[in-house]
Design a protein around this ligand. Structure first.
Ligand code: ADP
Length: 219
């Protein structure tokens, strides 16, 4: 199967980080930015880098944008350009359009006009850092819906040596321990009698409010 081809529009911090990561993973990446300086920075890091204004439909068409499997719109500040670009990509028949949103309203508009995925990098990172600040044992925080998340929780002192049955996380916090990571090994269906060892990481799913109660109780 041919490798997926990506185009990233907007080589700011977010866009260039995506473009560089995809290139490092071995994918073909076309970087597009209206700023010649940004293109000069990108030219040695990605497969192709082109200076173009993405609100110019003809420019995008001539780059063959519709042949890319995924197009990422990483224009941050200029919301109008981000929306216009998304509309043009949709019109040109791009299969998968991923767009960075500045705020909830921007995100709503993007979804309405047909963005396949809307991402909020600043909001998500802010949320992760906040959770980590409240409880340094939270290693990862992933939102899976508006109300539900998955956390990676490094076993706090109070859990060590206890079994899942004793901890009774489901009854006490209405959250589920989906897996336990021990020395890099993943136990994906832990038994009630499995004991929590030092350095274990518990992968827990639940409603955001319930997860917060659990974090606070064990912080
Ligand atoms: P970040 O917050 O991720 O750094 P920025 O908003 O600072 O994002 O950067 C967005 C990038 O998008 C800039 O490099 C800018 O030159 C580029 N950009 C803005 N508008 C357009 C456009 N219409 N066409 C192409 N690139 C654009």
């Amino acid at each position: 199967m041919a490798k997926k081809q990506f185009a990233v529009i907007g080589m700011g911090r977010f866009g260039s980080s995506i473009a560089n990561s995809l290139t490092e993973m071995g994918f073909e990446v076309l970087a597009i930015d209206s700023s010649e300086d940004k293109i000069q920075d990108a030219i040695n890091k990605v497969t192709h880098a082109v200076s173009a204004d993405s609100t110019d439909e003809e420019a995008l068409r001539s780059l063959g944008i519709r042949n890319f499997d995924v197009v990422v719109v990483a224009i941050g500040e200029d919301i109008q350009a981000s929306i216009l670009t998304t509309l043009i990509l949709k019109d040109l028949g791009v299969k998968m359009i991923v767009v960075k949103a500045q705020n909830e309203l921007h995100g709503k508009v993007l979804t309405k006009i047909g963005a396949d995925k809307v991402v909020y990098p600043e909001r998500d990172m802010g949320m992760r850092v906040a959770h980590h600040l409240i409880s340094p044992n939270i290693l990862e925080y992933i939102e899976i819906s508006e109300d539900h998340s998955i956390i990676d929780l490094r076993a706090p002192e109070a859990m060590i040596g206890k079994s899942l049955k004793q901890l009774d996380i489901r009854a006490k916090f209405k959250c589920n321990v989906m897996a336990i990571k021990t020395n890099g090994q993943m136990n994906i269906a832990p038994y009630p009698d499995d004991l929590i060892r030092p350095e274990d990481v518990l992968v827990i799913v639940g409603r955001n409010a319930d997860l917060s109660n659990l974090e606070i109780a064990y912080s």
